[in-house]
Structure formats: structure tokens, C-alpha cells
Design a protein around this ligand. Structure first.
Ligand SMILES: NC(=O)c1ccc[n+]([C@@H]2O[C@H](COP(=O)([O-])OP(=O)(O)OC[C@H]3O[C@@H](n4cnc5c(N)ncnc54)[C@H](O)[C@@H]3O)[C@@H](O)[C@H]2O)c1
Ligand SMILES: CC(C)[C@H](C(=O)O)[C@@H](O)C(=O)O
Ligand SMILES: [Mg+2]
Length: 363
């Protein structure tokens, strides 16, 4: 009998609803065609437009829906024009990460063809690494609670042993499973600024202790500034990199740039009991409403959701469908037709989603 999974859906702001609708439709079709799982989507209102209407950016009802769900899908949230009284933007995704302890922000960077990357890939080279961004503390710790006076502003960078240990364990486990799948040498790189900050020396010490517990895997360190350089010069040398929240936020956009843009960059924020799947990009107010948003980062994030649920619940069909969904998108990216204007194409959001559907369900 098919096992049923509840999926909380945050449709979000700007292009959010435009990329979420075709993604849910594809997922629903995959589930319908499968006799081993079923997906039930539950809307969770939140975000900047919701705040502008109601004064609440993340209603308790939506938080409860998220907590009770088997997984959470989220498109982009936030609009530059809608702000809290303190001047910061509406960002319920940060609240979700903190409230559900989603410490591991998993942001894969995959380039299999040189069609969209700004880099010149040496013959036979592919880029395939995963950035794991700590997502609950670091320099985001006082987000929304920073102290600002007339003369100075302070935010706190927090690194805890408890979260760092879980983060590094996650990164080493990921490297092990990538090695088993033949996708990397089994190497974890700790990205920090331990040459300047004691907090990062502490981060590195905890990393080294975890590395010692994983003698079957390789471990090394890199400073964050040099990492930005190496991501451009020789990105194929990375396997799993693990880093602090703000560093990961910045480096993951660089990773998106390597792939050909934010429209191709998926992510998952994973904790012990919950996970949110969302693209790395924002609500793209500059193109919202024009029907040309690239849905691939959202669809690839949905594929990561199927991977995660399938592994967690030992549902092989779900894992297979995650891989099929990713393969369909990668095929379209490699062919370069049926892509949206951000990738140099003329497809609209719905055309790009239809191209995925055609590859999945062609007779
Ligand atoms: N995860 C999130 O929800 C998230 C992430 C980043 C920014 N934001 C919010 O989104 C709003 C806009 O931020 P921004 O402009 O700095 O970043 P953005 O990611 O929304 O846009 C940056 C550029 O990339 C383009 N772009 C992004 N996604 C695209 C897609 N799927 N298809 C085609 N083009 C795409 C946009 O058109 C824009 O030119 C802000 O309010 C910001 O706080 C949200
Ligand atoms: C929109 C913003 C709050 C968010 C972050 O800073 O984490 C985004 O940039 C991301 O990368 O998911
Ligand atoms: Mg970001």
C-alpha cells in the first residue's frame, strides 16, 4: 500500500508561487504514477506579502503545519519593499531554520556541461561538490536582534560545540555516501577564518576531532577568502565543504554563479527531524509576474526532497523518482533548448516545466 507523506508548502513572494505551482504539479504526477507513495500538499501562508496584509510574516498555523509535515517545500520569501519596523526584511526562512534546528544547509554545485558555466572547463572535467552551510547560528545568531545605537552597531557570531559536532558529523557522512556512489574521493574541507578569529579556531578544533573519528575519509582546511579564489580556479578539487552560516550564504551564490546562475541552484536545510527544501535564490522582484522565472532550482530542490524522504523512509521508488527528476532537468540544461531567458533561452516557466514533464512521462 502507498505510504502517504504530508508536504507543507510555502508558496512565498515574487516569483515564488510561479515556480512552486509547476513543481508541485510535477511531484503530484510522479506520486500519482507510483504505487508506493502518495503526497499531500498543505499550504502554509507566510512571507512578505502575507506580512503586508496581516502584520504576521510566519503565522503560528503555518509553523504548526511545517512542524507536523514530513517535509517542507519553500520557494523564495522576502521583498525589498516590505520590512519589519527595525528596517530588516521579512525572512521567515531564517526563523524556520532556527525553530526546527535545521543546522545543515546543503547546497550542491554541479556542472556537467560547459554550456552555462562562465568557466572554461578543461576537457573531461566536471564540477561536482556540495557546500554544507551551518544554518542556525554563526553570524546570523543575532539576526533581527542586533544592537544599534547612534554611534555603533553590534551583532554576535556564535559557534557552539553542540551544533558544530552535528554539522561536521553530517558533512563526513555525506562525504562517505558520495564516495560510495563514486562521486568524490571522500574529502571534507573545513572553510573558516581561523587565522584571525578565535571562534573559527574553535570551529576548526571541533572539525579536527570529528575528522579523527572518520579515518576512512580525507579532511583538510581552507580559509574562506582563498576558498572563493579556488572555487573559480579549480572547483573540481572540492568534494564536501563545510562552513559557517554567513560564509556559506556568500559562497553558495558563488557556487550558483559557477553553474550558470541562481536559477539552477537548489538547496536543503536539514535537521535531525525536519527539512526544508528551497532554491538558493530570492523572490526576483525584477522579473516577477512576467512568466519567465526559471523553475529548475525549485524543481531540483524538490528532487532533493524525494531523495531525503526516500532515504529516511526506505522508499526506493521515491529515491528513484528524485534521481529521474534531476536527470530530466540536467538533460534540458545540457541540451540548452527549453531554457528560460536567464540561461539564454526563450522558454517561459511553464514551457521549461513542460519539458521536464515530457522527459519524465514520454510514452
Ligand atoms: N531563499 C530565499 O527565500 C531568498 C534568497 C535570497 C534573497 N531573498 C529575498 O529576495 C528578494 C530579492 O533579492 P535579490 O534580488 O537580492 O536576489 P534574487 O535571488 O531574488 O535575484 C537576483 C537576480 O537573480 C535573478 N533570479 C533569481 N532567481 C531566478 C530564477 N529562478 N529565474 C530567473 N532569474 C532569477 C533575478 O531576476 C535577479 O536578477 C529580497 O527581498 C531578498 O531578501 C530570498
Ligand atoms: C533571504 C535570506 C534570508 C537567505 C539567507 O540569508 O539565508 C538567502 O540569502 C539564502 O541563501 O537562503
Ligand atoms: Mg543567500
Amino acid at each position: 500500500m502507498a505510504r502517504s507523506f504530508n508536504i507543507a508548502v510555502f508558496h512565498g513572494d515574487g516569483i515564488g508561487p510561479e515556480i512552486m505551482a509547476p513543481t508541485c504539479a510535477l511531484l503530484a504526477q510522479l506520486a500519482e504514477a507510483s504505487d508506493s507513495y502518495d503526497l499531500r500538499f498543505q499550504d502554509a501562508p507566510a512571507g512578505a506579502a502575507h506580512y503586508a496584509k496581516t502584520g504576521d510574516s510566519l503565522p503560528e498555523g503555518s509553523m504548526n503545519t511545517a512542524r507536523a509535515a514530513d517535509a517542507i517545500l519553500l520557494s523564495a520569501m522576502g521583498l525589498p519593499s516590505v520590512r519589519y519596523p527595525d528596517g530588516t526584511e521579512i525572512s521567515p526562512q531564517i526563523e524556520l531554520r532556527k525553530a526546527l534546528t535545521l543546522f545543515a544547509g546543503v547546497r550542491p554545485v554541479t556542472v556537467r556541461t560547459d554550456r552555462h558555466t562562465p568557466l572554461k572547463l578543461p576537457a573531461g572535467r566536471e564540477i561536482d561538490f556540495v557546500l554544507v552551510r551551518e544554518s542556525t547560528e554563526g553570524l546570523f545568531y543575532t539576526q533581527g536582534r542586533g544592537e544599534v545605537t547612534q554611534d555603533e552597531a553590534r551583532e554576535t557570531l556564535l559557534i557552539t560545540r553542540e551544533i558544530s559536532e552535528q554539522l561536521f558529523r553530517f558533512a563526513f557522512d555525506l562525504a562517505r555516501s558520495r564516495k560510495a556512489a563514486g562521486r568524490g574521493p571522500g574529502k571534507v574541507t573545513c572553510v573558516d577564518k581561523a587565522n584571525v578569529f578565535r571562534a573559527f579556531a574553535f570551529f576548526r578544533e571541533i572539525f579536527d576531532a570529528e575528522a579523527a573519528r572518520n579515518p576512512d575519509l580525507l579532511a583538510d582546511h581552507a580559509y574562506v577568502d582563498a576558498t572563493a579564489l579556488w572555487m573559480v580556479e579549480r572547483p573540481w578539487d572540492f568534494d564536501v565543504m563545510v562552513t559557517e552560516n554567513m560564509f556559506g550564504d556568500i559562497l553558495s551564490d558563488l557556487g550558483a554563479g559557477l553553474m550558470g546562475g541562481l536559477g539552477l541552484a537548489p538547496s536543503a536545510d536539514i535537521g535531525a527531524n525536519h527539512a526544508v527544501f528551497q532554491p538558493c535564490h530570492g523572490s526576483a522582484p525584477d522579473i516577477a509576474g512576467t512568466g519567465v522565472a526559471n523553475p529548475f532550482a525549485m524543481i531540483l530542490s524538490a528532487a532533493m526532497m524525494l531523495d531525503w524522504l526516500g532515504l529516511r523512509h526506505e522508499n526506493a521508488a521515491m529515491q528513484r523518482d528524485g534521481a529521474r527528476l534531476r536527470a530530466a532537468v540536467e538533460d534540458i540544461i545540457a541540451q540548452g533548448t527549453d531554457v528560460t531567458p536567464d540561461l539564454g533561452g526563450r522558454a517561459r516557466t511553464d514551457d521549461a516545466a513542460q519539458a521536464v514533464r515530457d522527459r519524465l512521462f514520454a510514452p
